[in-house]
Design a protein around this ligand. Structure first.
Ligand SMILES: [Zn+2]
Length: 120
């Protein structure tokens, strides 16, 4: 029982830790920032001879559809920072889901230990 209580305490401490990420105030941008190298399709362009057009893009999915946005160079660092913050937020959310499950499982075990049959 004391082992279960201490495990429950650990989960709550971890939850408090994880929620610090959620309580942050910085903006979150969904998506990944990366360099895209592509051919434009014009038959006489240099990209047809291997010199691909390079640009920084943000990609994300929206209602199951892949979206892509070209980023002006002066915004790349800022958007990248916000997209990393978004990723941390989502990881924290996933961790909360797991901690939540762990807590419920511990509560069930504590209930089982404390429960007794009604008097007859
Ligand atoms: Zn081209």
């Amino acid at each position: 029982m004391s082992r279960l209580r201490s495990a429950l305490g650990d989960r709550l401490a971890e939850l408090r830790q994880v929620l610090k990420i959620v309580f942050g105030r910085s903006a979150l941008v969904k998506g990944n920032v990366y360099e895209l190298a592509r051919k434009c399709g014009k038959p006489n362009c240099i990209c047809m001879r291997g010199q691909l057009h390079r640009s920084m893009v943000l990609t994300w999915s929206e209602k199951g559809k892949g979206r892509l946005l070209s980023l002006p160079s002066e915004r790349v660092m800022e958007v990248k920072k916000k997209s990393e913050a978004y990723l941390r937020f989502r990881r924290a959310r996933a961790r909360v889901t797991q901690i939540h499950r762990d807590i419920l499982a511990l509560l069930d075990r504590i209930e089982k230990l404390r429960r007794e049959e009604p008097l007859r």
